[in-house]
Ligand binder design. Structure first.
Ligand code: SAH
Length: 309
């Protein structure tokens, strides 16, 4: 069903965003959306903060939205009055339909080939028939990981290479730290891993990952949880961590502790300019640096554990 919503958008200087967002959130009862004008980043930490942000609130078209608009204008005038020098643009109203919201992004998510054999196919698309491909069905929902991001693709390529090079008898255990949509964990199983443990600090990501595992018939083969890295006790043959440079370096010691002797560590989510920082953070004697793989402005690093744990 398509519901029509009215969006009221206010351009607000950063220092006043919280107060306006709190007001609009109370008024609408449906929460607000705060848009930064310069968002093209992998994480919140990397967003270039713009001095003006757009705070958007949504009202059902069954409400008296003109009255709401007048209330908002009044609120903004009072805010200006209490803060001499502050000059606010008046809110802009437009209509959106909820169907557009939930489906418009899907138009950009198409079947995608990664590495030699992996094929990532949105759950709502037909699978193009082809014999050797490893097909992963994916609905990223609110979690990160459609395979479209360079950082995910770099991990998948390195993982495929690691699996190709393994001795035939070894069925490796894998830790996917920061699983998001579950894409790396699913690829690991389909490429021949044994026990796969997928964790994420975000419970919503774990929910999405679980749904994707069910769709791919892999629910029994991946253990999904919000267990933090420091609470994991076992060691793994392969660890995949597509997080961010600073977070990876912060977790370096614990990550290495969870890696078996001879095990492989894939670090991704690293902007090229932060490669040296991460390599430095992982320069312990227990690790041997193997490879840097680059895609656009991102790099992924491959290490091997040499000393016994
Ligand atoms: N593995 C997916 C998703 C990567 S996005 C892919 O490659 O596409 C990074 C994920 O790491 C996010 O879902 C985030 O919630 C999670 N994350 C961030 N810090 C974490 C930490 N310290 N421990 C576990 N998960 C973490």
């Amino acid at each position: 069903m398509t519901t029509t919503w009215l969006e009221i958008a206010c351009d607000i200087p950063a220092a006043f965003v919280d107060v306006v967002a709190a007001y609009l959130s109370d008024l609408s009862g449906t929460g607000v959306c705060i848009e930064n004008l310069n968002v093209d980043a992998f994480s919140h930490a990397e967003i270039d903060h713009s001095p003006i942000k757009t705070v958007k609130a949504y009202f059902s078209d069954e409400e008296d939205v003109d009255a709401r608009l007048r209330e908002i204008e009044q609120f903004l005038h009072e805010l200006e009055f209490r803060n001499p020098g502050l000059c606010l643009a008046m809110p802009v109203m437009s209509s959106v339909s909820s169907e557009d919201w939930s489906t418009s992004w899907k138009a950009n998510f198409k079947p995608l080939r990664v590495g030699r054999r992996l094929m990532i196919v949105p759950t709502w698309e037909e699978v193009p028939p082809s014999s050797d491909d490893i097909v992963l069905r994916l609905d990223p929902g609110m979690a990160f990981g459609t395979g479209g991001h360079e950082t995910t693709r770099l991990c998948l390529e390195l993982l495929e290479g690691i699996m190709d090079d393994l001795p035939t008898l070894l069925i490796p255990s894998v830790l996917d730290l920061g699983t998001g949509s579950g894409i790396l964990a699913m690829a690991a199983v389909r490429l021949g891993a044994g026990r796969v443990c997928a964790v994420d600090i975000d419970p919503q990501a774990i929910e999405v990952a679980r749904e994707n595992l069910v769709v791919n018939d892999l629910a029994d083969q991946v253990e999904c949880s919000t267990t933090p890295l420091e609470a994991l006790i076992e060691t793994f043959d392969i660890i995949l961590a597509n997080i961010l440079a600073e977070e990876l370096v912060r977790m370096a010691t614990q990550l290495i502790e969870r890696l078996k002797s001879g095990g492989m560590l894939v670090l991704s989510g690293i902007l090229a300019e932060k490669e040296a920082f991460v390599r430095n953070g992982f320069s312990q004697t227990a690790l041997e640096y193997r490879e840097t793989r680059r895609d656009g402005e991102w790099v992924a690093l491959l290490f091997k554990r040499v000393a016994a744990p």
